[in-house]
Design a protein around this ligand. Structure first.
Ligand SMILES: Cc1cc2nc3c(=O)[nH]c(=O)nc-3n(C[C@H](O)[C@H](O)[C@H](O)COP(=O)(O)OP(=O)(O)OC[C@H]3O[C@@H](n4cnc5c(N)ncnc54)[C@H](O)[C@@H]3O)c2cc1C
Ligand code: SF4
Length: 478
């Protein structure tokens, strides 16, 4: 960079978003592109430090620090600053199969570990990544890449989320014949059904699937392994099998009244909403609709936030979100130093929208649900809560609700997958140490199914690493 103090002289610019008043009226993405001049300036804040913590993803204190894909961040920052966009895209594509997804939905642990964040504020890495990949698509640089040569090996991948897609992409480029089996009617896993359209536009997911198809990957939808085909049948037909089946089993809240109508797991709600959106008016109402309802979301995480934003767009009457933890501090605390991921308060898109619409942040802290209340028709009418760490008789509170969404996380792989003799450890597929190999030779696992509910960026990393291991395995077969 021309000037080594730009990370202090130039202020960090926040990602640009559409006006709240406009975006809550539709399902379009809430993020907006940065003007090019501003982006070049922001890229110049990268000091190209000797040890770029941003590009080395690791876990510190149970939280991700740095980029798990080892994205070459200082290199593309310099190229963007110089206006060399095509070169920046080539650098980004070296490590990240799907930057269009991470640049939209990654919580950017790279920024938490950015060295500029010590004396000043971190470089706006995620927005720069988004600008590079969006430009690459609009300039036509993202083209189908046919593998240069083919092997005779056949690999089956079960599940088309980011882990399965990344593994398929790399194995296909290595020359193997790849078939993806997906039980849903569309491909993409949680990128398609889970993360709402305002975070990742579904046409982008489809665009990537179409590219992968044109590169030679075979996609089979509506094929539930364990139901339509057995794992053993796949093992007999393919040289290796990779399980990327996600961590779909929701954590339950087995309290009195749970059977009442109007209480749903968050994923059922979010999937129904996206299905309705994708049908573009061909079905009158989503299967689960928040319109004119008083909505309570139980669970303080990102899935809960996506439920809040979805309920707002469906026209809910009110929305609150319960979390069991306290409000995070505004600044890093001593016990959470750089380069750890900063555990600080933020007003994410969903909360900003709720504040705009209802005048207050929907989040309620230290809340524990006590029981669900219903009417004589078996419909939910509310619930009672207690405060954590308090005597329940003193803190019991009643809340009215017509729709309750449970978003308290995921236990692991779904029981519906008849994995038979594949070993699980605490609901996750068990693999050998530092490996993706399950207890069965030739059967591998990657993504949320192996590591538990996580992030897109880790799923892509797992898919890539599993692909390398499978490549080594099949090449040793006679
Ligand atoms: C609501 C929600 C919002 C999220 N938001 C973010 C975010 O903003 N940023 C972020 O980084 N991460 C986010 N995540 C987490 C992220 O989406 C996951 O970590 C990631 O998708 C995991 O990828 P995966 O490929 O392992 O599994 P998944 O994406 O879960 O894909 C698994 C696929 O396997 C298929 N499948 C399962 N069993 C079978 C079978 N037997 N036969 C055939 N197919 C099968 C499923 O239908 C599914 O398509 C979110 C998660 C949720 C639930
Ligand atoms: S994938 Fe995530 S961690 Fe990696 S550079 Fe992009 S925003 Fe940062």
């Amino acid at each position: 960079m021309e000037n080594s103090t730009e990370f202090i002289d130039i202020k960090r610019a926040k990602p640009i978003e559409r006006k709240t008043i406009d975006r809550i009226k539709d399902w379009k993405e809430y993020q907006k592109p940065f003007p090019e001049k501003k982006l070049k300036q922001q890229a110049s804040r990268c000091m190209d430090c000797g040890t770029p913590f941003c590009q080395v993803g690791t876990i510190i204190n149970s939280s991700t620090s740095g980029c798990p894909l080892y994205n070459l961040i200082p290199e593309w920052n310099a190229l963007v600053h110089e206006g060399k966009w095509h070169e920046a895209y080539l650098r980004l594509a070296k490590t990240n199969n799907f930057p269009e997804f991470t640049a939209r939905a990654c919580p950017a642990p790279c920024e938490g570990s950015c060295t500029a964040g010590v004396p000043s504020e971190p470089v706006t890495i995620k927005s720069i990544e988004k600008a590079i990949i969006d430009r690459a698509f609009s300039e036509g640089w993202v083209k189908p890449r046919k593998p240069l040569s083919k092997t005779n090996y056949k690999i089956a991948i079960i599940g088309s989320g980011p882990a399965g897609l990344a593994a398929a992409d790399d194995l296909n480029q290595l020359g193997h014949s790849v078939t993806i089996f997906e039980k849903a009617d569309r491909f993409g896993g949680l990128l398609m059904y889970g993360i709402p359209n305002m975070k990742i536009d579904k046409s982008l997911v489809q665009k990537r699937i179409d590219l992968l198809k044109r590169e030679g990957i075979d996609f089979k939808a509506n094929t539930h392994i364990g139901v339509d085909l057995t794992l053993e049948e796949l093992e007999a037909t393919f040289d290796a099998v990779l399980l990327c089946i996600g961590a779909e089993k929701p954590r339950e809240l087995s309290l009195k009244g749970r059977e009442l109508k109007g209480i749903y797991p968050a994923m059922e709600y979010l999937t129904a909403s996206t299905k309705h959106f994708l049908l573009k008016g061909k079905s009158a109402l989503p299967e689960i609709d928040a319109k004119d309802k008083r909505v309570i979301v139980i669970g303080g995480g990102d899935t809960g936030a996506d439920c809040v934003a979805t309920a707002i767009r469906q026209g809910c009457k009110s929305v609150v979100q319960f979390g069991k933890h306290g409000k995070l501090p505004i600044r890093r605390q001593e016990h959470n130093p750089w380069p750890e991921n900063p555990q600080v308060f933020s007003l994410d898109y969903a909360y900003e929208e709720a504040v705009h619409l209802f005048g207050e942040d929907p989040r309620q802290y230290y809340i524990q649900t006590h029981e669900f209340i219903g009417n004589k028709h078996g419909e939910v009418t509310g619930l009672t809560t207690t405060l954590f760490n308090q005597d329940s008789s003193e803190s019991l509170r009643h809340w009215d609700a017509d729709l309750i969404l449970i978003a308290i996380g995921f236990e692991g792989v779904s029981n519906e997958n008849s994995l038979n003799d594949i070993h699980l450890t605490r609901n996750k597929i068990a693999t050998e140490q530092n490996s993706y190999q399950t207890n069965k030779t030739g059967v591998y696992a990657a993504g949320d199914a192996r590591r538990g509910q996580s992030l897109i960026v880790w799923a892509i990393q797992e898919g890539k690493k599993a692909a390398l291991e499978i490549d080594q395995y099949v090449r040793k077969l006679s």
